[in-house]
Design a protein around this ligand. Structure first.
Ligand code: PLP
Length: 386
């Protein structure tokens, strides 16, 4: 038996995130076969709405796997062993992306940056000129581990185009929560996950594939069977997936995408931006500092905050969880114990911002950190009045 309603927590993690009841209920749609008319209709609806969210005319596919499956799919379909690709490294997820390339036998040319910063278009250009024989750029758009968004992605897209390089973007923690027009920014493969800004349960990865990417895929050797995109393309003609899809989550995704269309992408992105700004101002009113120093690159979907000295990460999060029923995350890798991370994703609204700011402020006070909860709430409120 699962958790009862009274035990339910507010999920302010950088994924998975809170899921609307409408989406949860869609998962109890009776199971059907995945080779019949009902599934074909579901497939078509999901595809059309995904194209809207990705802002693309390219092909889109839904994979029964978490986001990492989408990454593995991109790398294995686009990189031949021995080929060099550029990977900017600015946190845990970009490290994983590089690792994925290495496991495939590719050669990641790493642009290693301090955590809390983002890759710049000029740095990317320099490496391309220096290396000469790169095939692609693989990069994370929103580094979930540091709360940084690579805001120069549109310029990087132009550079990729000029140099005839493929651009593959891990947008797992941002698509649907911030600006990302896939076609306009020349993104050849964009990858996201169901459990973040789309406000859907975990279990699906979604990828878009451009014509330029298809040309490369056709020439790529030795593909994995489960993640073979050419096979997915063949089945897509019949509005089917090659293997058994996770039907309940497909129904959930369909509902989650309908909600996005009802709200409108632009409005949704603005709502994320506003809530993120409210979070940033509130934590600064508490005397805390934001992990990425440069304001421009602070993420609108993952809020990373430095933990003050003498404050114990685990204790604060325990109080928030047990007393206020709010879940937030700690740091990953070398940032473990050093930062808090708050997800600002999906259904995020002033209500969740106030509850979280209140819980964080009170928990910090309980462990002896001097602050005014009222000041934090007041700072957040300003963003919702204007
Ligand atoms: N890439 C980024 C940027 C992420 O934020 C995550 C998950 O948090 C992943 C990859 C891995 O996704 P998953 O855990 O769904 O496999």
């Amino acid at each position: 038996m699962g958790r009862s309603l009274t035990e339910r927590k507010l999920i302010m993690l950088p994924g998975p995130t809170n899921v609307p009841d409408r989406v949860m209920q869609a998962m109890i749609t009776p199971i059907t076969g995945h080779r019949g008319a009902e599934f074909h209709k579901l497939y078509e609806e999901i595809k059309e709405n995904l194209k809207y969210v990705f802002q693309t005319q390219n092909d889109v596919f839904v994979l029964t796997s978490s986001g990492t499956g989408g990454i593995e799919c991109a790398v294995n379909n686009l990189v031949n062993p021995g080929e060099k690709v550029l990977v900017p490294i600015f946190g845990v997820f970009s490290e994983r992306l590089s690792d994925e390339v290495r496991r495939r036998g590719g050669i990641p040319v790493e642009l290693s940056l301090p955590w809390g910063t983002a890759p710049k278009a000029s740095e990317i250009r320099e490496i391309i000129e220096r290396e000469g024989d790169l095939k692609a750029i693989f990069m994370v758009y929103n580094e979930t581990s540091t709360g940084v968004t690579a805001r120069e992605l549109p310029e990087i897209g132009k550079i990729a185009e000029e140099n005839n390089l493929l651009l593959i973007v891990d947008a797992i923690s941002i698509l649907g929560g911030d600006k990302l027009p896939v076609d306009e920014w020349n993104i050849d493969m964009c990858i996201t996950g169901s459990q973040k800004c789309l406000a859907c349960p975990p279990g699906l990865a979604m990828v878009s594939v451009s014509q330029k990417a298809w040309e490369k895929i056709e020439k790529t050797e030795k593909k994995l069977m489960y993640f073979d995109l050419t096979r997915m393309k063949e089945f897509a003609l019949k509005k089917e997936t090659p293997f058994t899809p996770a039907l309940p989550i497909f129904w959930a995704l369909n509902e989650a995408l309908k909600i996005i269309r009802e709200e409108g992408l632009e409005k949704r992105i603005e709502r994320h931006r506003r809530c993120a700004q409210a979070f940033y101002d509130a934590v600064e009113a508490y005397g805390l500092t934001v992990f990425p120093r440069e304001k421009e690159i602070r993420s609108n979907t993952v809020i990373a905050i430095n933990i003050p000295e003498n404050v114990e990460d685990g204790k604060v999060r325990q109080i928030m969880r047990e007393k206020y029923k709010v879940l937030i995350a700690g740091g990953m890798g070398k940032l473990k114990g050093k930062i808090f991370r708050i997800g600002c994703m999906g259904i995020i609204s002033p209500a969740e911002v106030f509850i979280t700011v209140n819980a964080l402020g009170n928990a910090l006070k309980e462990v002896g950190y001097d602050l005014s909860v009222e000041k934090g709430l007041e700072a957040a409120k300003k963003h919702f009045e204007s």
